[in-house]
Each structure stands twice: as C-alpha cells, then as structure tokens.
Design a protein around this ligand. Structure first.
Ligand SMILES: [Zn+2]
Length: 251
C-alpha cells in the first residue's frame, strides 16, 4: 500500500495514539481513502480540524469526508482557527452539568440532559444544528454531528475559558434559567408573592420567571460568586474576539 506523509499541527498531536505522537507521520493509505477518514483514523475528530491540504490542494471543510487522497504524497492537517464560527446554539454531553449551568448563567443557548445517550446527543445536535461539546472523541467523530468541540479540561472553570476562547459567544448574563436553559421573563414582585419567602420579597425588587419551567429567580445576596464568573467571562470574550482575527466563513 502507498505511504502518505501526514503533517499535523502541533496543537493536535496530543490526540494521536500513544507512541505515534510525532509529525509528520507516515501512514498506509489507498487512493480512494478520503482525507477525512485518514485524519479521524488517527484519532483526530474533524471538528478539531480547520484547513486540510493534499499536496498543494486545499480541501474545503464540507468536502473533507468525501475528498479521496488520490496520488497525493502529503496531507497537511491544521487546527481549527479561533474564534470558531457558530450559530449560538450548543449541546453538552452528560458529563458537563456544571459547564451547562455556567453557560446558561452567561445567557448562552445551552441544551443539556443528564441521561441522554450518545445516539440521542448526535441526533439532537444534527436536528437543531447545535455545536456539540464533549470530552468523547468517538462521539464527536460521528458523521451525523454537524459541528462540535473536544473539551480537554477536567475543571469547569478551565472548560468555560476554553469555550469562551474558542467561540467568543455573545453573552447575555442573567437571562436564562440555570436548570432548563429557557429564557427568563421579568415579573412583578406581587406576581411571585405566594412563591417566595416574605424576607426575599422585602429584600429584592428584580424578579424573573423561567418561560420553560416556571422557576422564579431574583438577584440574590449569594450571587457575588456568580457576578465574578460573569465579569471574568466578559473579559475573556473581549480578549478572544480580538485575539486571532482570522476565523472562517460560517456554513
Ligand atoms: Zn427553567
């Protein structure tokens, strides 16, 4: 079988099988193998890949799963440019409950279900054209997943920073329910009088109700920690929106 040299962005080599974490890497490849197949067979989901080049030919993202390598001798694999274009809708896998709450706190459209299996997550992402965030390479590599991102951190603060750097999403803090993710609508104090403690009613003036689950929210004394998360996120997005400047066309 012919040999193909695969030149891999240093930011992606950690995904290669242990013992093969070097670049360029020589692989066996047939002329009809697609560039996308070769990349994913090395353990790199295409969601993590920006530009692919076969010798000097650029393979657009949409064609990566279909473009045969033919007689090319070199496949160059670049990482996804940041910020990565997106339509503002995300879906999180079952291990990312804490991240889901923080993204909702920031007003990002974040779908999450604690017991969704991989098949449901992949279909859901496809049906609603959501960006799938997960730590699972196999899930991310499914052809039906429209777009996504591999999260590499354990800690929720690091995960959130990574998402903000990678997507620079529009933020609208305090506008979504932390539990179900739906939008909040402002309500008058008297409309929630029977649902909150009298002390709360006396102390706070800004109340909101979730349009999805009906839960009542108010800007409480315990929210200083959350205020800190919001301020940090605003800063982070401000910096990541201007950092690389490159990006790629949406669609
Ligand atoms: Zn809700």
């Amino acid at each position: 079988m012919p040999r193909l040299a695969v030149d891999i962005d240093p930011e992606l080599t950690f995904l290669l099988p242990r013992g093969r974490r070097r670049s360029p890497l020589e692989v066996d490849a047939g002329a009809t193998d697609t560039a996308g197949h070769i990349v994913q067979s090395l353990g790199i989901p295409l969601t993590e890949v920006g530009e692919l080049r076969l010798d000097d030919r650029l393979i657009p993202r949409a064609e990566q799963r279909r473009a045969p390598i033919g007689s090319a001798a070199l496949l160059a694999v670049h990482r996804r440019p940041r910020p990565q274009p997106h339509a503002g809708r995300f879906l999180l896998d079952v291990h990312l409950a804490a991240l889901a709450r923080r993204m909702r706190l920031l007003g990002i459209d974040t779908a999450y279900e604690p017991d969704a299996d991989d098949g449901r997550l992949a279909d859901w992402a496809a049906r609603e054209q959501r960006v799938l965030l997960t730590r699972d390479v196999a899930l991310l590599s499914r052809a039906v997943v429209p777009d996504g991102a591999l999260l590499v951190h354990d800690d929720v603060a690091d995960q959130l920073d990574d998402v903000l750097d990678r997507f620079a999403p529009a933020l609208a803090p305090w506008t979504r329910c932390l539990v179900c993710g739906e939008a909040l609508g402002a309500v008058a104090a008297e409309d929630v009088a029977s649902e909150v403690e009298p002390g709360t009613l006396r102390t706070y003036r800004d109340f909101a109700r979730c349009t999805g689950c009906g839960r009542v929210y108010w800007r409480g004394a315990h929210s200083r920690r959350l205020e800190g998360i919001v301020e940090h996120a605003r800063d982070r997005v401000r910096r990541s929106s201007t950092a690389e400047g490159g990006g790629e066309a949406l669609g």
